[in-house]
Structure formats: structure tokens, C-alpha cells
Design a protein around this ligand. Structure first.
Ligand code: F6P
Length: 366
């Protein structure tokens, strides 16, 4: 019986457990065995107890749970060839030749590299007498399927990543809470949200909460933005607003790529507008917690599709990533999606912000 491994990697995101549950149950449903790889790539490298067969009931109640119950880690050894050699050996010893990985673009790129190296790795294991030719014979090809788990919604080629809507819900609810206290004291608040290179969380949250101003990495404010922001906030105040909210993505910067910090924005509101202003950094509360409906639904459908993709793959099939586009679950080319994602970061670094917005598929009118 075919053995399929499932792993979560990179930063956790709500819905990862739903994905693992779906992969485990769909694998069993299709007559395969499912194996959870604990602690991300660390589990592959170390093997032993970190690779565990999962039965149907082992994932009961996982759908709503936040974080990742099989753990995740940033694994340095897997970045080295010797680490990947150990991983390949562990997989063959456990009879696993297919891996479904839920993680961000970095984790999925590592998986694709592992797949491309696989023939060389298993040959080396035989050459060094770690394994015999008979042992590697049934496992000539490694199958990899990616699922995108990230709260940042930062992968191109998919409308949503697993976890982004749960995180957005938490941000909106936190901003609503801040509104109450801000309005009571007529204060200003600068709220920092996650999103290293991607302003999706900040942008969506600012629309959904009616914030006064937003900073995102893809569309930095123009020179003179300090006065522009203050004028807008002053105008809102003159219309009777009792609180002023600015949302800032953690990766925000100006047109020269100089970081804009929440404290700098706070000082502007305090000094230029005389507003009693506080900074709230939402931090990791955005990442933990229950998965919302959308992430439960998305992770389940994508987990099922990932198993289908494993079972239908041929050695020639480029590594797929399961995406959602216009509400349809699809299989896309993983490395094409990664390349597109990287091109957004490259456009930002080259200060071509119009291109960055275009690549994000956002139409922006001032
Ligand atoms: O990858 C998602 C993310 O939430 C980023 O927005 C943030 O910069 C990062 O993770 C923080 O991760 P950690 O604290 O685990 O290094």
C-alpha cells in the first residue's frame, strides 16, 4: 500500500490542522497509508518517532484547532545536502515516497529541490552502503505536492493561502476593540500587523475596519506623506471622528525603502496633530487561534486535492501546488508560483511599485 507523508513547515497558520486531517483521511479513503512527519523537515531528518502513521481517528477534532498539531520548525540540516540525504534514507526505510507539505514559499521551494535531487540522493545512499539497491528499487521517484499555509496571503497564483482569513478576522476584531478605547479617549492609534513583504493583511483590515490611513510594502507613500496623512486625519476629525486609526504592515517602508516604523507614525500624530497616540503591535495573536470557516473549508478541499495530485502524478509532472482561483481548487506549477512571488519582492526592491501592485493583481487609484 502506498504511503503518503504529510508535513507542516515554516510559520504555522490556522487551517494547517485541517489540511493534515484532510490528507490523512483522503489517503486512507484511497487505500493508502498516511504518515505525519512531526516538527517539519526536522522530522524527516531525524526520523524515528517523528514519523508516525496516522489513523482516521488520530485527526478527530483537528479541523478547528489553531497552530499546527504536528509541529513545525526551521530546520538548518535540511538546508544542507547531508540533512537531505538523511531525510531520503528515513523516507525509504519507512516506505514513504510521496510528501504533501503545507507551508510558505521557502518551505515549498526546499521540497522541490529535494525532489529534483532525489535520484542523486538515493544513488549516493547505495554507493555509501547506507541502503541496498533492492531497498531503493521501489522508490525511484519522489512525489511532492505543495499546499500553501501562510497568514500573510503572500503566494502568487492563488487567491488565498491557508490561514489568511482567520488572521484577518482576528486583526479586524482586535482593531474593533482598539476603536472602543480610542474613541473613549479621543486618541490616535497606530496598529502594526504582520506581513513581511506583503500588505494584504494590512490593506484588507484597513478596508474592513474603516481605518484612516494604511501603510503597505507594495505601495509606499509618496514623498511628503507625513503632511498628507496628517491632513487626512485632521479632515476626519473635523467631521466628528473621535478616534484615528492607522494600520501599518510590519514590512512598511517609504519610496526609498527606508523602514516606516509604528513609533515614527505615532510621533507624527502626537507632534503634528497633538493627538494622544498609542502603538499596538498585534504580533503573534494574529497567527494562533481557531481557524475560521474559510480556512477549514479551504484546507479540507485542498488536502483532498493534494492526495489526488499524488496519486495521479507521473515522474514528468512538474511539482504541483494546490491553489484556489476564482473559487475553484486547482493544481498549479509550484515553481512558477514561487517565481511569480519572488518577482513581487524583486519589484519592491527595485522600487518599481507599480509593477509590484500589478503583480499582486491590485488595481490602485489614488
Ligand atoms: O510568515 C508569516 C509571518 O507571520 C510574517 O508576517 C512575520 O514576519 C513572521 O511570520 C514572523 O514569524 P516568526 O516570529 O515565527 O519568525
Amino acid at each position: 500500500r502506498r504511503r503518503i507523508g504529510v508535513m507542516t513547515s515554516g510559520g504555522d497558520s490556522p487551517g494547517m490542522n485541517g489540511a493534515v486531517r484532510a490528507v490523512v483521511r483522503m489517503s486512507i479513503h484511497m487505500g493508502c497509508e498516511a504518515y505525519a512527519i512531526y516538527e517539519g523537515y526536522e522530522g524527516l531528518v531525524q526520523g524515528g518517532d517523528l514519523i508516525k502513521e496516522m489513523k482516521w481517528e488520530d485527526v478527530r477534532g483537528w479541523l478547528s484547532r489553531g497552530g499546527t498539531l504536528i509541529g513545525t520548525a526551521r530546520c538548518m540540516p535540511f538546508k544542507e545536502r547531508w540533512g537531505r540525504l538523511k531525510a531520503a534514507k528515513n523516507m525509504i526505510l519507512r516506505g514513504i515516497d510521496a510528501l504533501i507539505i503545507c507551508g510558505g514559499d521557502g518551505s515549498l521551494t526546499g521540497a522541490d529541490l529535494f525532489r529534483s535531487e532525489w535520484p542523486g540522493l538515493i544513488k549516493e545512499l547505495v554507493d555509501t552502503k547506507e541502503l541496498t539497491q533492492e531497498q531503493i528499487e521501489p522508490y525511484k521517484h519522489l512525489n511532492i505536492v505543495g499546499l500553501v499555509g501562510s497568514i500573510d496571503n503572500d503566494m502568487s497564483g492563488t487567491d488565498a493561502t491557508i490561514g489568511c482569513y482567520s488572521s484577518l478576522e482576528r486583526i479586524c476584531s482586535a482593531v474593533d476593540d482598539v476603536f472602543d478605547t480610542a474613541a473613549s479617549h479621543q486618541r490616535g492609534f497606530v496598529i502594526e500587523v504582520m506581513g513581511r513583504h506583503c500588505g494584504w493583511l494590512a490593506l484588507m483590515a484597513s478596508i474592513a475596519t474603516g481605518a484612516d490611513f494604511v501603510f503597505i510594502p507594495e505601495k509606499p507613500p509618496r514623498v511628503g506623506w507625513e503632511d498628507q496623512m496628517c491632513d487626512i486625519i485632521k479632515k476626519h476629525r473635523s467631521r466628528g471622528k473621535r478616534r484615528s486609526i492607522v494600520i501599518i504592515a510590519e514590512g512598511a517602508h517609504d519610496e526609498n525603502l527606508k523602514k516606516i516604523t509604528a513609533n515614527h507614525v505615532k510621533d507624527l500624530l502626537s507632534n503634528k496633530l497633538n493627538l494622544d497616540t498609542r502603538v499596538t503591535v498585534l504580533g503573534h495573536t494574529q497567527r494562533g487561534g481557531q481557524a475560521c470557516f474559510y480556512d477549514r473549508w479551504l484546507s479540507t478541499l485542498q488536502g483532498v486535492e493534494a492526495v489526488n495530485a499524488v496519486l495521479e502524478a507521473t515522474p514528468e509532472t512538474p511539482t504541483p501546488v494546490i491553489t484556489i482561483r476564482e473559487n475553484k481548487i486547482e493544481r498549479s506549477n509550484l515553481m512558477e508560483a514561487v517565481a511569480l512571488t519572488k518577482s513581487v519582492t524583486a519589484a519592491i526592491e527595485a522600487r518599481d511599485f507599480d509593477k509590484a501592485m500589478q503583480l499582486r493583481d491590485v488595481e490602485f487609484k489614488e
